[in-house]
Every structure is written in C-alpha cells, then in structure tokens.
Design a protein around this ligand. Structure first.
Ligand code: ACO
Length: 428
C-alpha cells in the first residue's frame, strides 16, 4: 500500500490525503486545501526546494554520493576534472569523452586581458580575494554577452566550460594581486590542480612543478568540495538561476553566499579558534566554555550530518599525507585533542555534533602555504562544477521562478502623516 499523509483543516473539517513520494509530500496538494495558509520554514530546514539527481546525502548515516558513486571511491580513484564531468553530464566519461573534456577545460583557462588589467588590478591592494572573485565572476558575463541565451544548451555548455576552467585563474589572480605579485598565466601542459598551484606560487622559474603529493591532496579536496546538494550557495544558485539569469551572474550570487562564515568561511574560523586555544592544556577549559554556551566549536556540527561527515574522515587522511611533505602543523595536536575530548563528551554526543569538512581542511591549506583569506576561494573553485550541474538541472526541469511566500508581521494599514505633524510618537 502506498504511504500517504492526511492533513485535516480543523476549521472546516475538510481533509486531503497526499502520497509520500521519494520521502516528500507535494505542497501543491495541501495548498489546494489551505489557500492563504503558508508553511513557515524560514531556513528551509524541513522544506525540499528541488528534485535533484546529482548528489545523495544521508546525514544520519554519514553517506555522500555524487550521481550514485560513494565519495570515498571518488576521492580514492578519481580526479576533480572527472568528477566535474560526472556532476555535469550524469555519468563517468569514457576515455575519449574525458580527453575531449580535459582539452576543452584546459583551453579555456585564460581570461580576457581587460578583466585582468582593468578589473583585477583595479582593486585596492588589500581587497579580500573572495570579494574580488565574486565581482570578477559577475564581470565575466559582460565579456560573453551570448551567455544570456540560456535556451540554447550548446551556449550554456560553453559557459560551463569557461567557468570551470577560469575559476583557478581568477582565484590565483586575486591572491597574486593581494600579495603584490605579477599575475601568472595558465600553463596548459599542467593538470587542473598543478596549474592552479603554478599560478599561485610561480616566481622566476620557466615552469612551476608542484610537489605531486600536494597537488594530489588539493585535487582530493576539490573532489570533496565539488557538490553538497541543496546547501546555502547552491540554493542561491538555483534561486538566481530560476529567474533565468546567465550562468556567470548566478555563479557570482552562489559565490557570494559561500563567502559567509557560516558556510564557506568556517575553516578560517577553525584556525582562529585553534590559535586562541593555543595549547593542548587549554582544550578542556575551551570545551567547557563551549558547553556553557559562550562560543561554538568551529568545524563541528552540521545542519544535515548527524554523524561523522564522511568528507572529514577522508580529509584527516589527506592531512597526514600533506604533513609528511610540509612538516606537521603545530595546531594539529590541538585539533586532535579537541576532537578526542568533544567526541567523548555527552554534550556533543547527545546533540550529534561531529567534525565537519572544515575541521581539518584549514590545517591542510595552511600547511600548503595558503593565507587564510584564500580558504573560501579554494572552496569556490571546485563547487563551481556542482553549482553549474544544479543550474543545468534546473533549466532541464523547466522549473518555475523561486518565489516563496511570507507571513506578514508588520503594521496594519495606517494613514500617511505630513512630516510637520510627526512628533516621533507615530509608533502606534
Ligand atoms: N558547537 C557547540 N554547540 C553547537 C555547535 C557547535 N559547533 N553547533 C550546534 N551546536 C548546538 C546548538 O547550540 C544547539 O544546542 P541546543 O539544542 O542546546 O540549543 C544544537 O547543537 C543544535 O544546533 P543548531 O544551531 O540548531 O544547528 P544548525 O543546524 O542550525 O547549525 C551549523 C549548523 C551552523 C553548521 C552549526 O553546527 C555551527 O555553527 N557550527 C560551527 C560552524 C561550522 O563549522 N560551519 C561549517 C558548516 S559545513 C559547511 O558549510 C561547509
């Protein structure tokens, strides 16, 4: 027998029985019964805003799959570029498909000189790289005006390739500008992560070859960050995309959403927290302060995961490989102790608070030499593939524009009073 739910309007006694499909009930059905009564869910914690075939996340059981493939297998065997293909097209590529994809991405890494000279160099010397990234992604739409033609799938795909390809160039350019160093052009003989590291760190040498352990570690981090279903920035992408804005404008909006410390900025907060704790000896007193509600344990807890974030487990292993090369971060011991203390404490266990992806990623980025300002930028590079997969899916679904309702809690109608009659007591 099909599973259903019955909603009864106790004012009228009318009821509606709605089937539960894929774990959800269709709001169109209940809205027939309840015209003008809205479901109040401001942070969408219990609302599904999309049907999506891209990423499956089971937070209770700590499961994450892209297009059906477990994240652990992808992190172990795949590359970011292959994962980007998987997210965009739905299946892993054949060797020929992958080669064509790799060629296309590699040959779209350059940015227009005007974007570099006039936009990027125009920023103040201490501009935050995320601010630069948001603005230059938006500016790209003016360089490719045909991008507005989202009815044509081949035009959309061209912008998808350009965006995935140019994100590392924009990201590294933002860093070089803030460091007062000359812009490094892409090197098409390098793979995706190694090319990014070359654009970040190259100085006078003719070719920069990153340590393969570090470029592989970065590629694994890119895989882990490539998509995470309906998170805040993807919701921004889908909302803006639902108005049929071009892919650059929608990606700029998603990047802006990622900028916030509750989302992409959390790994920076973890490093700051570990610095404040300062020593293993202070871990217990810090945890006690968290339990008293004085602050939150950064890198712990997640809206959806109520179990160990599977990405955090992979990142912990990647961190060991990176520290073999770079030497151990002095903050690592504090992080490990913090995790041990928190995971044996009733406060964290009863609230199902486990380390999330950000708990160890900042330590890796720091060990690789990235300044903290760049951490969120490093998140935005791979998440672009996920955002664009959702953008394409949204267009394919021919969905309606996102336009939620509100519960109005403001003043009832009142008369306009001329300014000379107002004495500040118009509150009523
Ligand atoms: N430290 C201490 N207590 C916490 C933490 C934390 N990090 N996170 C949640 N709690 C407690 C809350 O105080 C609350 O306790 P209560 O029931 O006694 O009031 C309970 O756990 C539930 O917390 P909510 O705020 O309802 O959880 P929500 O889903 O709204 O928040 C969030 C999720 C924002 C990620 C939160 O856990 C947090 O602030 N974590 C720290 C920041 C962080 O690591 N963000 C990265 C997220 S991953 C990403 O975006 C890539």
């Amino acid at each position: 027998m099909a599973e259903t739910i019955t909603i009864t309007d106790n004012r009228t006694g009318e009821a509606v029985e709605i089937p539960i499909l894929n774990g959800g009930v269709d709001s169109k059905e209940w809205s027939k019964l309840l015209p003008g009564v809205w479901f109040q869910d401001p942070s969408f914690g219990t609302t599904s805003g999309a049907s999506s075939a891209i990423t499956e996340l089971d937070g209770e059981n700590g499961i994450l799959r892209y297009r059906g493939y477990p994240i652990e297998q992808l992190a172990q065997h795949s590359s970011y570029l292959e994962v980007a293909y998987l997210l965009i097209f739905g299946d892993l590529p054949t060797p020929e498909q992958f080669e064509a994809w790799r060629y296309e991405i590699t040959h779209h890494t350059f940015i227009h000189e005007n974007l570099r000279k006039h936009f990027m160099e125009g920023f103040h010397h201490d501009a935050h790289p995320m601010g630069m990234l948001v603005s230059t992604i938006a500016a790209l739409s003016t360089f490719y005006p045909e991008a507005k033609n989202i009815e044509d799938p081949s035009v959309v795909m061209k912008q998808v390739i350009r965006l995935i390809a140019k994100m590392p160039t924009l990201a590294a350019g933002a860093y070089r500008h803030s460091a007062g160093m000359p812009f490094v052009y892409p090197d098409n003989s390098l793979d995706f992560a190694a090319n990014f590291l070359s654009m970040m760190w190259k100085t006078a040498e003719p070719r920069y070859d990153a340590n393969p352990v570090l470029s592989r570690a970065l590629d694994v981090l890119f895989i882990l960050h490539a998509d995470h279903e309906q998170n805040c920035s993807t919701t921004a992408m889908r909302t803006v995309g639902s108005s049929h804005a071009d892919p650059y404008s929608a990606t700029a909006a998603a990047t802006a959403a990622l900028y916030g410390p509750r989302h992409g900025g959390a790994n920076e907060a973890v490093i700051k927290m570990l610095n404040v704790i300062g020593s293993i000896d202070n871990v217990q007193s810090y945890v006690d302060a968290v339990k008293r509600g004085e602050m939150r344990l950064q890198g712990f807890g997640h809206r959806v995961y109520k179990n160990y974030d599977p990405r955090a487990r992979i990142i912990k292993k990647t961190a060991d490989e990176v520290f073999e090369v770079t030497g151990k971060s002095p903050l690592l011991d504090i992080a490990l102790k913090l995790e041990e203390v928190a995971l044996s404490d009733e406060y964290f266990l009863s609230r199902k608070l486990y380390p999330n992806v950000d708990f160890y990623s900042g330590l890796i980025y720091q060990a690789m030499g990235f300044p903290m300002d760049m951490f969120t930028v490093l998140f935005a590079i791979p998440r672009t593939a996920g955002w664009l997969a959702h953008y394409i899916e949204l267009l394919d679904q021919d969905s309606r524009i996102c336009r939620p309702r509100q519960l109005y809690i403001g003043k009832p109608e009142r008369e306009y009073a001329p300014i000379e009659t107002r004495n500040g007591s118009q509150a009523g």
